[in-house]
Design a protein around this ligand. Structure first.
Ligand SMILES: Nc1ncnc2c1ncn2[C@@H]1O[C@H](COP(=O)(O)OP(=O)(O)OP(=O)(O)O)[C@@H](O)[C@H]1O
Length: 273
């Protein structure tokens, strides 16, 4: 019950994994990639996943995105089995692949051509609503004036900014980020942390971020999942309460350093164990 006596309802959950296992290969080559995993994520959570290489972080992303079926167990999205209901998902990866024959703006608007319900009205609204939305995102990531350029004219960091715009153009409820800044230099990466934090604070999509950078996880996430070595399991689910917006100064504070040291120790143990 709530304080006013009305019945309390449990918080909505956007992602729910129930006793999920993933096995790859067949016969003597079969192996367990993801061990029995239970996970509940609420709308607006910013979840970072860290752990030893090959522990199953990307596998969890693929399960949630509906790109992979579990061998055992169930994956629910917004209360329905994954795939049963359309819910907007945006994605960005380490390599921000863009179609070279399209401009940056056209690349950013690509999901609108494909993702329902935008695809149906795309032709009609292309030059008004959607174009404005693309310009607003370009401006938020510091790429004003680059919409008409071709991908080869931009640096790696600029392409990754454009890739964030593309992931967000259709206002997805879920944003899946697989090491999006992994190939960038430290300065560009830190700049993009702040940009991503601002974008997330604007509309609060639920985010899954896979990263090997523990400072990045601590800077961005509201919750960090630490995984064991393969077969992966979630061994720690840590809330991150630093006030927002976080700044680079936040990342030099003692609590921040203590958190990243804890994470480093847990992953070192997982690698040994
Ligand atoms: N389609 C597949 N077929 C066979 N094995 C796979 C497949 N996808 C992933 N694997 C294996 O499953 C394990 C988990 O892979 P996954 O990519 O989820 O790990 P990860 O934690 O994201 O790794 P990294 O941190 O190195 O990117 C790895 O051993 C990987 O080689």
């Amino acid at each position: 019950m709530t304080v006013d006596g009305s019945p309390s309802s449990p918080p909505a959950r956007i992602v729910h994994l129930e006793d999920v296992q993933v096995r790859f290969g067949t016969g003597k080559d079969a192996f367990l990639a993801l061990d029995r995993t239970n996970l509940t994520v609420h709308p607006g959570d910013f979840v970072a996943m860290v752990g030893p290489s090959g522990c199953g972080k990307s596998t969890i992303l693929k399960l949630v995105a509906g790109l992979l079926r579990p061998t055992e167990g169930n994956v629910f999205l917004a209360g329905r089995e994954v795939g049963a209901k359309q819910i907007g998902i945006g994605m960005a990866f380490q390599n921000p692949t863009m179609l070279p024959w399209l401009t940056i703006r056209e690349n950013i608007m690509l999901p609108l051509k494909i993702v329902s319900p935008y695809a149906e009205t795309f032709r009609r609204d292309k030059h008004t609503l959607f174009r404005d939305r693309a310009e607003a995102l370009l401006s938020k990531v510091g790429l004003v004036g680059f919409g008409d350029r071709r991908p080869w004219e931009l640096s790696g960091g600029m392409l990754q900014r454009a890739s964030l715009c593309r992931a967000l153009i259709h206002s997805p409820k879920l944003l899946m980020l697989d090491e999006p800044f992994g190939a960038l230099d430290q300065f560009t990466r830190e700049e993009l942390w702040s940009i991503l934090q601002d974008l997330w604070m604007d509309t609060r999509p639920t985010v899954f971020l896979v990263t090997h950078d523990l400072r990045e996880a601590a800077f961005l996430a509201s919750r960090i999942l630490v995984m064991s070595a393969r077969p992966g399991r979630v061994t720690e689910d840590r809330a991150v309460a630093f006030a927002r917006p976080r700044t680079l100064e936040t990342s030099f504070e003692p609590d921040f350093a203590a958190l990243t040291n804890d994470l480093r120790r847990m992953i070192a143990e997982a690698r040994r164990g």
